[in-house]
Design a protein around this ligand. Structure first.
Ligand code: ADP
Ligand code: MG
Length: 717
């Protein structure tokens, strides 16, 4: 008997000898990274000088030498064709938040009927997709419709397989001909450089010379699985990714049916298959199958450098999506596919790591290490407080609006959960409890080390948007369907800013002759006092917190996407992104416009889909049931049922008329007005339609009801 792992490996043509019996972990380690063009692979295929030059590009971020591009391209093509690839594509992250590909064949047919394999260095370094079909927010007027994709050598090329073949994917950035970023990757790469430029000199103050720093990231992805059959019978899911109708199943139902049930075989097979594909792509997934809501699952990788993690995260969504179809299921990555049920997020675990393998947010064993740890923690606290707006903006979308602030995901108010221990330490530093035990103590706190901060401490706070979890921060407000690139770009940028400011303070004190411990102590005290309003260890869902945050602490509360997005180009933010050369004003403006545009389109499609389903499916169902019941001339039940249905149908009809009227009302001429119209008028009008329809769902007979119900969809067998 072959194990499932072996069968999956064989089915996908991975190079695993399945005639020998192997344990799953042996198969996994053989498959891991097989579809990735690693440095080792390239080393074997390139001459020494060419490889050296490429390595300089990869390791020191130097531009690729055009003179070696042809040779590198040939090596890549040969490797890819050996793997069965017939096409190549520059794989990039346009501003829509998804990924884009335009496949070109390696093989060019010739006039004599044969074909030659072509893929040159210039095709590797630069390609020209038809940029006019990607949003540019005005950065690229149509007369300059060209945009370029260029290989990002810091992320390895890989093979994407489909049923009948394979494609070489070349991770790329996407820019206008003027060099302005048209994608999410370019600013991310710039922010990684900025972080290094800010943190590396700070580390020198702590005695570490020439250390390279970058951000590390592990993203936990939540998703739902439903049966494909139901999916196709739900036009709302097909068109918008979420259910626009659907009464909640009876309370408590999910507990009985699902919470403690075994995961069905079909789902386990799907997971194994998806995980194996991710292994082949070099994604270090740690398998985790815990469900939160019925039908909901989670997958998380081991953390990586954040630019690689961002690519891998996009691939993870793609693999989950494609693989589910093979098992006659659909993977829903939307933030809120089912109203009233748990939504899905993507927790971004973030830290800073050095090229010598140190995690800068790991509390250490020595007073010196702890001094440094507290310094960087303080920088993160300052960063989050100074730039609450940017963090909120980075997770703003129409779909995430259903989650944030809905009392089951972090609130829209940004705050930090530090935990009692760390908060206590900072409190003691500020209150100057530095006398007792001065000789032995860390900052005179009486002990040489920080109290141990357990990685999985019991008081993990699920209501905080930004939590310290022992040796990293976890940004929990990120939506399940969004690209993590912009949230990480923001994190890297704001922390660069804070580190730069705090190191300047520290350096000034050291230059005045202060010793490191005293100087850091003073910086910590100052920073904590100025920014402690952002620290909140309590219940983020409570009404009291919202009051306190707003009135006493004066924290920002951008309740909706539109409240948030307009601040992207505030002078403070233009200055910040400009200072670190991450996004210039035009690039920032373009992103803002695209956010408005995407918001408008999302709700517009939802509004029209709601109207259409209500009028063509739900109202007819109600009326035909009503007609049927009305023919029954005897008994109390028939009379009361038809009255109830009739009343709800009338309400539905009125609500549809109102929505229909607003759907045809443009709401204004320009995109900001149109988006506002969506938020203020269409969303409530859709809600009215939904309420009447959901009431009907509870009284109309199953035989007449046109849509699969929540109950049916959520319990995959
Ligand atoms: P939990 O959230 O349940 O505590 P884990 O401790 O396993 O889960 O971590 C969650 C995620 O955090 C994983 O993807 C893990 O790789 C990632 N992570 C751990 N350490 C770091 C780090 N130093 N930088 C970034 N991510 C990290
Ligand atoms: Mg987590």
């Amino acid at each position: 008997m072959k194990t499932e792992f072996e069968l999956v490996a064989a089915a996908r043509n991975w190079d695993v000898d399945i005639h020998q019996t192997k344990t799953p972990s042996e198969v996994v380690s053989e498959v891991f990274g097989q579809d990735v063009l690693t440095l080792d692979n390239l080393r074997q295929r390139l001459s020494k000088p060419v490889f050296k030059s490429l390595q300089a590009t990869l390791e020191q971020g130097q531009p690729l030498d055009a003179g070696i591009a042809d040779t590198v391209a040939l090596a890549m093509k040969t490797w890819a064709m050996e793997k069965g690839a017939t096409h190549y594509t520059h794989w990039f992250q346009p501003l829509t938040g998804s990924t884009a590909e335009k496949h070109d064949s390696f093989l060019t047919p010739t006039s004599d009927g044969s074909a030659i394999a072509q893929f040159s260095g210039s095709a590797l370094i630069q390609a020209e997709p038809d940029a006019s079909s990607f949003p540019s927010g005005g950065l690229r007027a149509t007369f300059e419709a060209r945009g370029y994709t260029a290989w990002d050598p810091s992320s390895p090329a890989f093979i994407m397989r489909h049923t009948n073949g394979a494609t070489l994917c070349i991770p790329s950035v996407f820019a206008s001909w003027k060099g302005e970023a048209l994608d999410l990757k370019t600013p991310l790469l710039r922010s990684i450089d900025a972080l290094n430029r800010a943190v590396s000199p700070a580390l020198e103050l702590f005695g570490h010379k020439d250390v390279r720093v970058s951000s590390t990231l592990g993203a936990e992805q939540e998703y739902f699985l439903i049966d494909e059959e139901y999916f196709y019978r739900r036009p709302d899911l097909v068109l918008t990714g979420r259910t626009l109708f659907g009464a909640k199943p009876p309370r408590g139902q999910e507990l009985e049916d699902h919470y403690f049930g075994a995961i069905p075989d079909r789902i386990l097979s799907f997971m194994t298959d998806a995980e194996m594909q991710m292994y082949a792509l070099g994604i270090p997934v740690k398998t985790r199958h815990n469900e939160v809501a019925p039908g909901q699952f989670e997958i998380a990788p081991i953390f990586e450098q954040s630019n690689i993690a961002a690519d891998h995260q996009q691939l993870t969504m793609q693999v989950l999506h494609n693989t589910a179809r093979k098992y006659n299921m659909v993977c829903l990555i939307h933030e809120k596919p089912f109203a009233g049920m748990n939504g899905s997020g993507k927790h971004c675990n973030w830290s800073m790591g050095t090229d010598t393998g140190d995690n800068l947010l790991e509390p250490g064993d020595t007073p010196h290490e702890n001094l440094q740890f507290l310094f960087f923690c303080a920088a993160v606290i300052k960063a989050v407080d100074d730039h609450q707006d940017l963090l909120r903006i980075s997770v703003a979308s129409a779909s995430n609006d259903h989650r944030l602030g809905a009392n089951e995901a972090p609130p829209a108010i940004i705050s930090i959960f530090l935990g009692d221990e760390l908060t206590g330490i900072l409190e003691r530093i500020v209150s100057g409890q530095t006398e007792q035990g001065k000789a032995a103590g860390f900052l005179g706190l009486g002990s040489n080390v920080l109290p141990e901060i357990p990685l999985h401490s019991g008081d993990r706070n699920r209501t905080s948007p930004f939590a310290f979890t022992g040796n990293k921060f976890e940004f929990r407000a990120v939506g399940s369907s969004q690209s993590i690139s912009f949230p990480i770009t923001v994190l890297n940028t704001i922390v660069s800013d804070a580190v730069e400011q705090l190191s300047a303070q520290l350096k000034a004190k050291l230059d005045q002759g202060s010793d490191l411990q005293t100087a850091v102590g003073e910086v910590l005290k100052d920073t904590y006092q100025n920014h402690k309003r952002i620290i909140f260890n309590g219940d983020g869902y409570s009404h009291e917190w919202h009051q306190e945050a707003e009135h006493e602490r004066k924290l920002l509360n951008f309740r909706t996407t539109l409240d948030a997005v307009e601040h992207l180009t505030d002078p403070k933010n233009v200055a910040l992104f400009g200072k670190f050369s991450i996004l210039n004003e035009r690039e920032l403006e373009a992103r803002k416009e695209i956010m408005y545009d995407i918001y408008f389109k999302t709700i517009n499609i939802e509004g029209e889909t709601t109207e259409s389903i209500a009028i063509t499916q739900i109202l007819p169902a109600a009326l035909s049931y009503l007609a049927e019941v009305s023919t029954i001339k005897v008994g109390k039940a028939a009379g009361e049922v038809s009255e109830e249905v009739s009343k709800a149908a009338d309400e539905l009809y009125d609500a549809i008329q109102a929505l229909r009227h607003e759907n045809t009302n443009p709401g204004g001429d320009e995109i900001h007005e149109k988006a506002r119209h969506m938020q203020e008028i269409i969303v409530p009008a859709m809600q009215q339609v939904r309420e009447a329809a959901d009431r009907l769902e509870k009284v109309v007979s199953n035989k007449h009801w046109p849509l699969p119900t929540y109950r049916q969809m959520l319990f995959v067998k």
